[in-house]
Design a protein around this ligand. Structure first.
Ligand code: 5GP
Ligand code: ZN
Length: 110
């Protein structure tokens, strides 16, 4: 499986890991739209949210909830986004939730 995020999970390529659970992992985006831009992904390879089990979804969004409480302190406003499918802008075919700190007038929007 030639998936960059699977390689981050298996530590084949480095990433700044923020937090980890049994089913999910959070790490900093390598090309951040803003300082603190974080990605949260399931440890199993799934392309879309609906491909994940209920248990994996609960674990993923529970980690989103935890990490968001820290990331949101950076600016007080955070874009929470998932590109769920290629035509929706998904470039890496492994589910990932973006947390992007926003400030008024920035260019980090969708
Ligand atoms: P997408 O457009 O698929 O929703 O977002 C993919 C995200 O993955 C982008 O924000 C991009 O900067 C990030 N990304 C791509 N390659 C790497 C990588 O090797 N390491 C990390 N940490 N992030 C990456
Ligand atoms: Zn993967």
């Amino acid at each position: 499986m030639d998936c960059i995020f699977c390689k981050i999970i298996s530590r084949q390529i480095p990433a700044k890991i923020v937090q980890e659970t049994s089913h999910s992992i959070a790490f900093l985006d390598a090309f951040p739209l803003a300082k603190g831009h974080t990605l949260i992904i399931p440890k199993n390879h799934h392309m879309k949210i609906q491909d994940m089990s209920n248990e994996e979804n609960i674990d993923l969004f529970s980690l989103v909830h935890k990490v968001l409480s820290k990331v949101d302190k950076l600016t007080g406003s955070t874009l929470v986004a998932v590109h769920n499918g290629k035509d929706a802008g998904q470039e890496v075919p492994h589910v990932h939730v973006h947390l992007v700190p926003r400030t008024l007038g920035d260019s980090a929007g969708p």
